[in-house]
Design a protein around this ligand. Structure first.
Ligand code: UDP
Ligand code: MG
Length: 349
């Protein structure tokens, strides 16, 4: 890879690894790496072709061998036709999933099909600035196995969304040694070692940010800006974000389960204290033991706590149910390959 990549940097570095580790990894980087761009697309007819041209021009300009893998996640617009129309001019492999499985699964399908020594994950809507890819790849060349984007701010999001996200990460990371960093994005560069590690993880409930973090290896966060979506609208609504948050929590934290031990203990202690108070009050002051409102309020409160804890247990059991069925995470309905695309057995030249 050309050395000028190392000098192209308009992003802030926020993390670091021991120098000797990086030196070893840097020496192991291939001379003429194959770069796989993984682009998930769901109803992206307005964005996908400009994105493919941008990526191809950028990587060709850097003199890098590359393949672009578009994972069509069951689009209902003309995304597939648009990608097919550029198969002759851009090294694209189009993986069509059999239906809409969601972004996390689409990314997993991309990882499964990547042939490269290194992969670039980028959204198709131009929210992740493609011109930053050279700086990311330069850090990979320096020895980092994963380089990921950290949002410079969340000003484009509502206050409610920001508060809920912050609560989610606090709960997710509570008492964890290996904390999942907040404000990260799916704009990433992953070395082959990370791709292989992620491929080997069979779980169906996939929270990718958690999985990237769990596998380890050397990593670097870079603060980048997030651009507005170029065409179309985001397919994430509050409900889909809530579902993703539930997947993340149940897959990476036992805190919601353990919480009830603490809550149960607290309520028991409070009830004992209250019982002692009632006895003392009767003996010392001669108050009779009326107080049905206390009983009703206490019962209603306990009923609520019990239902909530059963609901949380249900969330975990539901996930276990999905895992034991061992269904594949997705099905591919069709693969279309540009003549220029690389195959798994192509010589590395
Ligand atoms: N996406 C996908 N499957 C989905 C939803 C989204 O593959 O079910 C893709 C989408 O085409 C885009 C990326 O995931 O490339 C991010 O989606 P979006 O822009 O809707 O989400 P946001 O940026 O608002 O989080
Ligand atoms: Mg987007």
């Amino acid at each position: 890879m050309s050395n000028n990549l190392l000098h192209h940097s308009n992003v802030n570095v926020t993390d670091s690894e021991p120098g000797f580790l990086l030196e070893v990894r840097a020496r192991e980087r291939p001379q003429n790496p194959l770069v796989s761009c993984l682009v998930p697309a769901f109803n992206e007819e307005g964005n996908i072709v400009p994105m493919l041209h941008t990526l191809h021009t950028l990587l060709s300009g850097l003199g890098l061998r590359h393949e672009i893998i578009v994972i069509d996640d069951g689009s209902r617009d003309s995304t597939v036709e648009r990608v097919m129309s550029v198969l002759d001019s851009v090294p694209v492999t189009l993986i069509q999933l059999s239906r809409n499985f969601g972004k996390e699964v689409a990314l997993s399908a991309g990882i499964d099909h990547a042939n490269g020594d290194v992969a670039v994950m980028i959204d198709s809507d131009f929210q992740h600035p493609p011109e930053l890819i050279p700086s990311f790849l330069a850090q990979w060349q320096r020895g980092y196995d994963m380089v990921f984007a950290v949002r410079s701010d969340r000003n484009d999001e509502s206050l409610v969304k920001r508060v809920v996200t912050s609560l989610f990460y606090t709960l997710l990371n509570f008492g964890e040694r290996n904390k999942i960093p907040e404000n990260t994005q799916d704009f990433r560069v992953l070395d082959r070692c990370m791709l292989d590690a992620l491929k080997s993880m069979p779980e169906r409930n996939r929270f990718m940010k958690g999985l990237y973090n769990w596998v380890g290896f050397t990593r670097l966060g870079m603060t980048v800006r997030t651009d507005p979506r170029r065409h179309g609208t985001s397919s994430f609504n509050f409900y889909s974000l809530f579902r993703l948050a539930a997947t993340g929590l149940t897959a990476f934290s036992n805190v919601p389960l353990r919480l009830w031990t603490v809550v149960g203990g607290g309520i028991s202690l409070a009830s004992i204290a209250y019982a002692l108070y009632v006895v003392a009050d009767t003996l010392l002051n001669g108050n009779d033991a009326s107080g049905w409102p206390t009983i009703v309020a206490g019962m209603a409160f306990l009923g609520g706590v019990q239902l909530m804890s059963i609901g949380i247990l249900g969330e975990y059991i539901g996930r276990i149910f999905t895992e034991v069925k061992q269904r594949p995470a997705y099905f591919v309905s069709r693969v279309s390959k540009s003549a220029k695309a690389f195959g798994p057995n192509d010589p590395a030249t």
